[in-house]
Design a protein around this ligand. Structure first.
Ligand code: HCB
Length: 217
């Protein structure tokens, strides 16, 4: 498959932090008709996983994690987000309050989900990173949200998702909102365990699921 070769090259250049080559090849992929999501899921996210693995093995350090974050953001902001914006579908689907949970500063995946939800027609209130449960609760009340989206990439922060759900429950809001979770630390089983309505492994799935959740309310 030609895509595999091109995506593999993007991935390799990304892992080497060769930003010029990454950008040139991403442009090539867009010109060849690949969607931003195909490029993210087929090349950039797998590259991030390699960087993460190298960090775990002690081959890369915090500086490299930061470089990877910066490079991903550059490619998103300069090339992919403007492309995603072009496919705006509509508006008025409902309101989603989204954030990365307390103690967690990873926001790249959450930002992709937020932009894709906006483009699909949701109003998105992005609370940013390191968001404590009370802030989620406050935003749900303030914006009369339909859905709460949470992101966690650390095993040390994933339990914060349960704290948010508990906080919604104790404010009698749990029946009024649907809860979707995502991020590298979590999975379907964990979503069930903490009482979330859904887990999404990527942004496209998150949009699909939010559309379904909104019609089931
Ligand atoms: Co971070 N980090 N990091 N990191 N980091 C991870 C997450 C590790 C897995 C790397 C590893 O060891 N293999 C690891 C966590 C291990 C663990 O807990 N099991 C780790 C660690 C340990 C740390 C620090 C503790 C390192 C240190 O200081 N010693 C530290 C923690 C800081 C903190 O949060 N308190 C840290 C810091 C950083 C940064 C700041 C340098 C940087 C983040 C920059 C930023 O986000 N602004 C960073 C990065 C870049 C990573 C990796 C390499 C990439 C993460 C990423 O952006 N992936 C990551 C390795 C990995 O993930 N395998 C590593 C790409 C995006 C697109 O994927 O999964 O976030 P995503 O999002 C997807 C998907 O999950 C879904 O849709 C998105 C799009 O498809 N989704 C949702 C996401 N959120 C959703 C919400 C929904 O409601 C629905 C779907």
């Amino acid at each position: 498959m030609p895509e595999e070769g091109l995506f593999e090259e993007i991935k390799q250049a990304f892992v080497d932090f060769d930003s010029e080559t990454v950008k040139r090849l991403v442009m090539e992929a867009l010109s060849a008709g690949y969607t931003p999501n195909e490029i993210i899921e087929g090349a950039l996210r797998p590259a991030m996983e390699v960087v993460g693995d190298k960090f775990e093995k002690g081959e890369y350090f915090l500086a490299e994690l930061m470089m990877a974050g910066d490079l991903f953001k550059e490619v998103m902001d300069e090339m992919l987000a403007p492309e995603i914006e072009k496919s705006r579908e509509g508006s008025g689907l409902g309101t989603v309050v989204i954030g990365t949970v307390k103690g967690d500063l990873h926001d790249i995946g959450k930002n992709i989900v937020a932009i894709m939800l906006r483009v699909a027609g949701f109003e998105v209130i992005d609370l940013g990173v390191d968001v404590p449960p009370e802030k989620f609760v406050e935003a749900v009340k303030r914006y009369n949200a339909d859905i709460v989206g949470m992101s966690a990439l650390l095993t040390t922060t994933m339990l914060e998702m349960k704290n948010v759900i508990d906080a919604l429950r104790s404010e009698s809001l749990r029946d009024k909102v649907k809860v979707i979770i995502g991020g590298a630390a979590v999975n379907e089983e964990f979503a069930r365990e903490i009482g979330a309505d859904a887990y999404a492994e990527n942004a496209v799935k998150a949009v699909e699921i939010c559309k379904k959740l909104i019609t089931r309310r």
